[in-house]
Design a protein around this ligand. Structure first.
Ligand code: PGA
Length: 265
């Protein structure tokens, strides 16, 4: 079997859960559970709330273990009169490697638009971090047969204005909205179809070589028991894990399942 063309990434999105004390305990347990073989096979990131980031950064030290620290959101300006916001340059200063942007909860609950997501993605890249840009259709869009059109619209809109060299470095998370936090994961075939669709949109707009380089995660009710079958799909390059990442043992089991898939391919 040919080696996988992209290095997988498994990310834990804690959402608005775990204060900085709980974060330290969770990351300590995760560091204990993750093995050198995991880090050899794939990249792993955790995305705690903003108030936890400094504590986790100090705990992790200088890249040892190589567990990457991520954020869940940021503003698109580096500084200014934006009460309550956090800037990408502040995150970069904390050693953040990845920033989730355009998560469906931000789109649905906080009015984020594709335009805003594109501005954030550009700001994250400008600050030498990697955006994890989330896209995905709602249940209504899926039922109406509009999944492909919706994914194309979101990918084009959320990456508008980025160059091919920028797009090649970022991560896209395919997160069908109906699968997030519902316990109803997509089937492996659904996950592959969504990821493949996203890759074909990337190829049309930025060229096939860029499309081949972009890592596409699947997200939505990923658990230790379904991770291997979802991640075995050829266009799926890892997972964005919500609920199950709050339990370090469950998250470590997902990473181990991912490693099993990638070691075998
Ligand atoms: P879930 O969340 O794993 O709890 O479904 C995924 C996400 O929102 O990124």
């Amino acid at each position: 079997m040919a080696p996988r063309p992209r290095r997988p990434l498994v990310s834990g999105n804690w959402k608005m859960n775990l204060d900085h004390f709980a974060a330290i305990a969770n990351v300590q347990r995760l560091v204990f559970r993750l093995q050198p073989a995991d880090y050899r096979a794939l990249d792993v990131s955790v995305h705690p709330p903003f108030t936890d980031l400094r504590s986790v950064q100090v705990l992790l030290g200088n890249d040892e273990p190589p567990l990457a620290l991520g954020a869940q959101h940021c503003h698109f300006a580096d500084a200014g009169a934006f009460t309550g916001e956090v800037s990408p340059s502040m995150l970069a200063k904390l050693g953040i490697a990845y920033v989730i942007c355009g998560h469906s909860e931000r789109r649905q609950l906080f009015g984020e638009t594709d335009e805003g997501v594109a501005a954030r993605a550009a700001a994250i890249l400008r600050n030498r971090m990697v955006p994890i840009v989330c896209v995905g259709e709602t249940a209504e869009e899926r039922d109406a047969g509009a999944t492909d059109a919706r994914l194309a619209e979101q990918v084009e809109g959320s990456l508008a204005g980025l160059s091919a060299d920028e797009v090649r470095t970022l991560v896209i998370a395919y997160e069908p909205v109906w699968a997030i936090g519902t316990g109803r994961s997509a089937t492996p075939a659904d996950a592959e179809a969504g990821a493949a669709r996203i890759r074909s949109v990337l190829a049309e707009r930025w060229g096939s070589e860029v499309a081949r380089a972009v890592r596409i995660q699947y997200g939505g009710s990923v658990t230790p028991s379904n991770a291997a079958s979802l991640l075995a799909q050829p266009d799926v390059d890892g997972a964005l894990v919500g609920g199950a990442s709050l339990d370090a043992d469950a998250f470590a089991d997902i990473v181990a399942a991912a490693r099993g898939v990638y070691e075998a391919s």
